[in-house]
Design a protein around this ligand. Structure first.
Ligand code: SAH
Length: 213
């Protein structure tokens, strides 16, 4: 599959749709205009790539809705060179958005099939996260902590304690919390022991699964 002017045109429209739903961050909208979402999906589905909808990828998982990706990314307030941990790499689309914002990205995926597929895709496309880890993101990535931001792209039954402890002071955790539906939750670390918690809109994600071994 290639990236063409037609795709570029559809991306511009998609960015306009996402902006109309309330996303204001210019850099986030620019990332949506620039990243070829159709290449993150299996060929044959490219007609769906520029609708503002989630879509099935491998291993029963989904590529998040563009609005949701934009919403979570806006909440993270990524600055040039920030260290960001992403949990739930999936198709890698959110990873590409973070890389476009010039973050140093550490990303974790627990489905082996998806991990392998997306790893090859990153290499082919020249997307370079600092680390792409196969494993359980519930535990975070203590050896690389602390992070300026942590983004979870699967629905968490509760906020994993490990993730809170891996935030810098002033760092932001964006995590959908809940079982069936999730409340997008923004947690800002105010000091060693204090965390500010804001509960925002309702979303629906595939579940964050914990590997209990
Ligand atoms: N950002 C991705 C979202 C994929 S769906 C995209 O837009 O493509 C969520 C992903 O989280 C799935 O790929 C799922 O396998 C992964 N996941 C679920 N629990 C996880 C865990 N504990 N650690 C790491 N990844 C997890």
């Amino acid at each position: 599959m290639k990236d063409t002017f037609k795709h570029k045109g559809m991306r511009n429209q998609l960015a306009d749709v996402v902006a109309a739903k309330g996303i204001k961050d210019k850099k986030v909208l620019a990332a949506i205009r620039s990243i070829p979402r159709h290449l993150f999906m299996d060929s044959g589905f490219e007609g769906h790539a520029y609708q503002d909808k989630p879509f099935p990828i491998a291993a029963g998982q989904t590529i998040s809705q563009p609005y949701t990706v934009a919403y979570q990314t806006e909440l993270l307030q990524v600055k040039d060179g920030d260290k960001i941990l992403e949990i739930g790499t999936g198709s890698g689309y959110q990873t590409a958005v973070l890389l476009h914002l010039r973050a140093k990205v550490f990303t974790i995926e627990r489905q082996l099939e998806l991990f392998k597929k997306t790893n090859l895709f990153f290499k082919k496309m020249g997307y370079r996260p600092k680390k792409f880890v196969f494993g359980d993101g519930y535990k975070g990535l203590p050896e690389e902590a602390p992070f300026d931001g942590i983004i979870v792209t699967a629905g968490a039954p509760e906020v994993p304690q490990a993730l809170l402890s891996q935030l810098k002071i002033g760092g932001r955790l964006v995590i959908p919390v809940g079982d069936e539906d999730q409340i997008m939750t923004l947690i800002i670390r105010k000091s060693e022991k204090e965390f500010e918690r804001k509960e925002l809109g309702l979303f629906r994600f595939v579940p964050l699964l914990e590997d209990k071994n």
